[in-house]
Design a protein around this ligand. Sequence first.
Ligand SMILES: Cc1ncc(COP(=O)(O)O)c(C=O)c1O
Length: 932
Amino acid sequence: MTSIEAERRSSDDRAGAPATAAPPSGAASGASSSGARAASALERDPGMPASTWRLRTDAWEYLRFAVKRIALGSDTAEGLAGDGEILRSLRALETIELYWGGFGQRYVRAIRELLIGGEYQLALDRIGRVVGRLRSSSVPEEPRDEQLDDAERAELQDDADPRPRFEVLVVDETTEADRDALAAEALKMRSPADAFIYDFVVVPSAEDAIAAVLTNPKILACVVRPGFSDRTRQPLSRDLIDTIALAKQASGGTPASTRSQLASVQRVLGLADALAELRPELDLYLVAGAHIEELAGVLTRRFRRVFRREDQLELHLTLLRRVSHLYDTPFFSAIQDHARRPVGVFHALPIARGGSVVNSKWIRDLADFYGLNLLLAETSATSGGLDSLLAPTGAIKKAQDLAARAFGAKHTYFVTNGTSTANKIVHQALVGPGDVVLVDRNCHKSHHHAMMLTGGRPAYLDAYPLNDYAFYGAVPLSRIKQMLLDYRAAGRLDEVRMVTLTNCTFDGIVYDPERVMAECLAIKPDLVFLWDEAWFAFAAFHPVTRRRTAMASAQNLEARLKTAAHAQAYREQQQRLFTADGTPAPDEAWLAERLIPSPEARIRVYATHSTHKTLTALRQGSMIHVYDQDWVREAEEPFHEAFMTHTSTSPNYQILASLDLGRRQVELEGFELVQRQLDLATSLAQAIARHPLLRRTYRVLTAAELIPAQHRASARPMPLRDGVATMWRAWAADEFVIDPSRITVEITRTGVDGDTFKHEYLMNRYGIQVNKTSRNTVLFMTNIGTTRSAIAYLIEVLVKLAERFEEEQAQLDPELAPAPEQEMPPLPDFSRFADDYASTAGLPDGDIRAAFFLGQKRGTIEHVTFSELRERVARGEEPVSGGFVTPYPPGFPVLVPGQIITAEVLDFMAVLDTREIHGYDPKRGYRILKHS
Ligand SMILES: Cc1ncc(COP(=O)(O)O)c(C=O)c1O
């Protein structure tokens, strides 16, 4: 018996497993020991949910490679029998393909049969079809038409269909004949007029349904029929099994099935909740027979619609209509319509319709390079199908509403001048002169500028420093709580208006916004939160990262505050935190407890996204997302005023159109792209950790280095490396986690500093662009556009550079001692505001605006050089900064107006390796406020 035949037997055993619910792993009761062995070998085969996409492609590509060799005669059939990789690929694919449309488990089994029967060419054709589809090329390799039957010919035609394709999950126990009938019916209904086509993925159980939506991002809708069973019969990886359990738990757990009507409704709801928890963008439909009218009443909370089985056509049309709603890009369509209309321009904007360009002798290359459409789409019109960003009622309004749906916001606003402007709009809308804002000192400069504009008084929070790597982490929650308690003790809590934090930080440190907001609201129940998610827009499209976005946190917190369990827990905690006469317990008690907010607390949450940084949008394309329970009463009007203040009356339409398209993309393929982005970064980190030379030269910094142990309960250094379930647990439990798509690499052993490594080595020699470095680190980021080839190229370059560095170091003359490394001073915390601008003793807020405007007047400032400043500080003077001094990157000010300049600040500035420092003129020096 060849190993392939042996494999067939063990696999057929599995395929023929009884149709009753079985334990999820291969250790089904009564399994033979060889069956158990096979199952345990299979344990890891289907891959982790995070990397199934890679595993699937690799397995099909490998099969094609190996079988082609035999088909072409360059390998023998014996070679095939001995090739363990072929067997592993077939086994893995048999499980994986259950969760993907188009081919399915039977297709994989048929290929195995062909291989056993020696029909290599036919097997190769079939494998080629899958590979073709995976590569999005519809042309299978060397199709031999004469050998195809009608069904196969129809399938090939289907492959060649250029329309966008999605998949629809059907959850029900079915026979092979049922599945064939379903597929045939779907084909019959397909019409040339349909804009999209879809394939069904049919799975028998709730667990398979969860596995499918976790591993197959092409699924955009799910049809549940109550006949599904609960447990999977597939040999899934441990990670997938654990993730399924976590998803069930997070949605409240699926009750055990019984025959009662109520229990069956709960089963269906349990599955729907678990699916919605993972992929809220999925459309859920219920197809039921009996009692459909009553079910419709109970189940529409989760299901978009309930159908009867015979309503196939209605379901088909609904599926297509819904995807066409996701596909709809109102503003982009309006721009295209406008570009096609013959319009005369008797107004400004000579570039419109190419007027000043195409007839020019000198600047025609503008149109050649960017294409005429750019110019045809340039207009200052706000009517004729277009809309005004300042007072949107049409296409822009619709596009913004769709973005709110996609990002889980109540309202979304497009911003065409980056998050720099988005932040200023939110500050101005919510903060007035004298209001205290708790703000991370390492927030982007726009927040500091906003405070100067609004007259808000910043109370700076210090993040924990990472002195070894010369950057900051994030602000521990205990510090934020302590500061709020300090304001309460001083009787000034009512002045504290807003908390502003950066999530995630430039270096990828991620807060738990739900926890931060809950605990802060427990001290001050009407606080407003501004989460600067400039770097985190992508996070809304992955089930694990989504929970730590501001919008999802607001939604979860709102739901939590409404529960009876929360009210009960709140009452109990209040008794511990206050004595009978209403005196608060000592601060230690408030810091030690995980504070529970009052059920009456207000959820007022704002998030700003540099959409262009992590999703598809032209530069500057940004969004503001709002989840504010007091929007209409407290915020709407001031927000619109602020929006008017900061928004250009000539907003760039191409940016707006790109935001509209970026939204379409994430609704249709966001999960797929983000899953890939996270997985590719993990594969890069693993490649560095495993390669002997890379390991010697570079070190990937993990949570163990970037987050102090007391802030990460899970103690996992790289959770995603261990699987999605581990990541899920860490992201649920730890105060801070690391965004896995950011890889900070420590490069001390290369012998060059971060800046040189970035510019001279990565960019100049190899054209690799990275954004941020510190003295001894380089930050590599993957994004939704990163490809496997790009990662492979980066690894190749890192290897070449490592070889070079090793060689250079080997050449060094041991007699000549290397220059001593300059000690990096610790990162300076915010010193304090000078007395003229500070407030109550012991509280940190200051009048940044007064200091700023003094700093603008020639008579009230002097320019002082660095060395002179050092001398003054050494003499015990306390010079006061008259302006912002902001190294870029990272883009937060080391000095703000009114701040005392200390020796620590100067030490830090002396060794700073950033090339661009805003607000500092190396020739004239620092702007210092003269004493009044
Ligand atoms: C945390 C943070 N917020 C805001 C911004 C500004 O965003 P934009 O470049 O879109 O104006 C940046 C830019 O780097 C940033 O890092």
